[in-house]
Design a protein around this ligand. Sequence first.
Ligand code: PEP
Ligand code: MN
Length: 707
Amino acid sequence: MTNDKTREPNPVGLSSSRKAIDELDREFIRLLAERMRIVREIGDFKRQNPEAPLRDEGRERNLFEAWSAEATSHGLSGYFVGRVLREILNYSRRHQERVLVDRGQKPSSKAVRIAYQGVPGCYSDLTITKVFSTRDAARVERTGFRSFGEVIDALEADEVDYALLPIENTIAGSINEVYDLIARRAIRIVGEEVWPVEHCLVGLPHSSLDDVRTIRSHPVALQQCQAFLDGLVGCVTESYHDTAGAAQAVASENDTSIAAIASEEAAQHYGLRVLRHGISDQSTNLTRFLLIGKKPEPFDPRQPSKTSLLFSVNHQHGALLRCLQVFDQQDINLTKLESRPQVNAPWEYLFYVDIEGHVDDPAIEKAMGVLRTHTNHLKVLGSYPCRTSEQEVAMRAVLDTIVAEPTTSEPAVVASNGHSPALIPDSAVKKSAVKPDSALKHCSLGSEGRKPVRVSGVEIGGERFVLIAGPCAVESHKQIMEAAEMVKQRGARLMRGGAFKPRSSPYSFQGLGFEGLDLLVEAGRAYEMPVVTEILQAEDVGRVAEKADMLQVGARNMQNFPLLRELGKIDRPILLKRGMSATIKELLMAAEYIMAGGNNRVVLCERGIRTFETSTRSTLDVSAVPVLKQRTHLPVIVDPSHAAGVRDLVVPLALAAVAAGADGLIVEAHPNPAEALCDKDQALTERELDELLPGIKAIVASQRRLF
Ligand code: PEP
Ligand code: MN
């Protein structure tokens, strides 16, 4: 929006357009309300039919596919429209829970009173709105307190019905004070909620970023935006008891040199303006909250649930291990383990455990019985619907696989004995035919089998084939955003983009460096793809690893041993490309350099080698795929782009690699190759990507793998 009315070309036309939009939005909401009414009817059906599953993944998939196709036919982005559907489905699921919990009772007309720490507009306050969107409450009366202890005091004194407290954050970790409080007080955990924290810099309506000299916020928020703050020269920070409190203070002092770090909602609440969005150092910043009551509350047993426990053990050898083994024996999944010092008992600890399931489940009941014999004290803090579970993540995965182009592949044929008659790449590889190589101490294929590598939530070398795509080099904001949209819509789950380019000529474009890396990360965030980028020198490892999800070692650096050693020290997955003149054994030894340092997350990449043949840029050594699969447990992917050198050859080479059993592909793609600053001839366009995708899907399906 612009405040400068003089810039509006045609105010009359603009206002009629806005009126039209307002009308459409009203219609949109009316349709949504109608949709929710039907969702409730389905909820009623599920309540009356306890055998019916709560979730139908096949149906969800079809919905995503239908939305994506419909969106594309209107010239819209299937991906973004799919995200809208994701939110609607999340909301529908929660909406239905209400019907399931109510068990047909009339909604209560009583107000629900809830206590939180902070002032209106703080993250706890926002989370209360989310929690009670699915709970039956005529009205929600909120009271903000200064400290966590006062919140629990209010609950214990029956001044409120519930307390909502933050328990952990994905960046800052556990909130010890809250853990200590729930141990000491007579409370019950009845729910959890996850809030995505999106820090903004907020200031007075007429202030600008250039005016700001003082930035206030909660110390954790200041710490989470360190990189942004470091970039503001001459600014000082001031600690505040909470983020919204800092925003409130900025609003009350009419000084444009003061700003706060808080949510956009807090800015709105206090009449402030967002000076800069998304200033957290990390893209994922989630806070988990506990909804605390005084007695257990029922919920539908089909809902995935969690149980929180608290116990102490004798200070004895193996005591904790014995407790944890109980869960393993009952096949119970542990989602969190936390320890806190016991008051007045130096070096003795209380253990908090979150497990999947309900305390009334037979396996958990049994586990509790045994656990009691191993503990001094065991307390069930509560069972509640799980909000950190796969559901939302799973929907994201479904959305990831729905791409504009509908699949042309037939589902895999399964023979009557249940085995697939189709070729499974691994079955073509006789492991016993190759003697283990004693030089390969870490990457050799052993009895434990293949070991997939996870890259910020995307697994390479697992059951799903992974497509990585993006431009050779990051060139501009526009280029990388368009590239992200293009590849995301065509099945890419990771995005590539070079910020540091190893060019044969020192006079060629060398990449945008760290600025390019920031652009790549921004595009990856916008389209929910982790990013991989090349690292050229050991000195940059730390800085690049802070931002990129995966670091690539290019062909020219495969034997840069100081670089490999440096990469061995970090906790980031590495994409190791085969050198142009390197043997397969040398590639594996390079992987050993990284793994010997303690970093086991290495993905190997065949990208073509130098031979006497000059028709292609390099000769793609397809045989490297099955050969590597015989020797190593590491995932193997193929880069057909740098082997082919021209776009027409990329698709056939890519498909050959898939057929040979590669775990994934990395291809170069550009929204406008004619303007590409690097490797323009081999960059795929939408056309080739549209050809590649059905081919991959068909081959992968015939191998009984997933895409
Ligand atoms: C690249 O992937 O951008 C690249 C330079 O590839 P390679 O190291 O395989 O030549
Ligand atoms: Mn390239």
